[in-house]
Design a binder for this molecule. Structure first.
Ligand code: GRF
Length: 218
C-alpha cells in the first residue's frame, strides 16, 4: 500500500452529517483514506452541497432514471470505476444494494447504523430503543452483507439513555458518536488494520482499558 491513500466513495441520500465527519477526518495529512467522490440517489440530498463545498465530484445516480435495480447499480459501478474507487462508505444511503453488488464489493463496503447491532436492525431505531427500555444505545459501523444491517462489526459507540429522552434527543446523542466511530472505522480499514475471519472482523488496534459502561451509574 505504501503512502498511497485508499480511494473512497461516500454514498448518501440525505443531509450528510456523517459525510461531513468523514471529510474532516480524511483532510488530515496522515489519513489513510481520501474521499474521491460523493454519490447520491436523490438529487435534493443536502449532503451534495457538502461535497461540492469540499471541491469533490457530487454525482447524482437517481433510481428513477433507471428502469430496474440492475441498471441503477451499473450506473453506480460505472461512476465508482471512473474514479478508481477502492472502498465505499454508505452514509445514510437509503437503497438496499443487491446481493450481486455486495458480493462484488465484499469487505469493501462500510455502513453506519444507529444502534448497537445486532439489536434494532432496520428503521426507527431510537424510538424502538426507548420502547424497549434499554439503558445503553449507540451506533455500529460494520461491513455490508446482502442481509440488511448485518456483517462484521468494525466499531461501536455506546451512549446512555437519559431520563426524559425522546427519539430526537437520543438520535442527537447517537449521531455525535457516529461522527467519531465512522472516521475511526474508515481509517482502520484504509490502513489495512482489519482482517475478516468468517463473520468477525479482527482489528489491529490498542485494547480498551476494560472499564465497564454502567447506566445508571452505581
Ligand atoms: C445516520 O443516523 C446513520 O446512522 C443512518 O442514517 C443517518 C444518516 O445521517 N444510517 P447523515 O445523513 O449522515 O446526517
Amino acid at each position: 500500500m505504501g503512502d498511497r491513500r485508499r480511494r473512497v466513495a461516500v454514498l448518501i441520500s440525505g443531509r450528510g452529517s456523517n459525510l461531513g465527519a468523514l471529510l474532516e477526518a480524511t483532510r488530515r495529512p496522515a489519513a489513510a483514506a481520501e474521499i474521491v467522490e460523493v454519490i447520491s440517489d436523490r438529487p435534493d440530498a443536502a449532503g451534495l452541497d457538502r461535497a461540492r463545498g469540499a471541491g469533490l465530484p457530487a454525482v447524482v445516480v437517481a433510481r428513477s432514471a433507471h428502469p430496474d435495480r440492475g441498471s441503477f447499480e451499473q450506473a453506480l459501478q460505472d461512476s465508482l470505476d471512473a474514479r478508481g474507487t477502492e472502498l465505499i462508505c454508505l452514509a445514510g444511503f437509503m437503497r438496499i444494494l443487491s446481493p450481486a453488488f455486495v458480493a462484488r464489493w465484499r469487505d469493501r463496503i462500510l455502513n453506519v447504523h444507529p444502534s448497537l447491532l445486532p439489536a434494532f436492525r432496520g428503521l426507527d431505531t431510537h424510538r424502538r430503543a426507548l420502547e424497549a427500555g434499554v439503558r445503553l444505545h449507540g451506533c455500529t459501523v460494520h461491513l455490508v452483507r446482502a442481509e440488511v444491517d448485518a456483517g462484521p462489526i468494525l466499531v461501536q459507540g455506546a451512549v446512555p439513555v437519559l431520563p426524559g429522552d425522546d427519539p430526537a434527543t437520543l438520535a442527537a446523542r447517537v449521531l455525535e458518536v457516529e461522527h467519531r466511530c465512522y472516521p475511526l472505522a474508515l481509517e482502520l480499514m484504509a490502513a489495512g488494520r482489519v482482517r475478516v475471519e468468517g463473520e468477525r472482523a479482527l482489528i489491529d488496534a490498542p485494547a480498551p482499558d476494560g472499564r465497564p459502561l454502567i447506566n445508571p451509574p452505581a
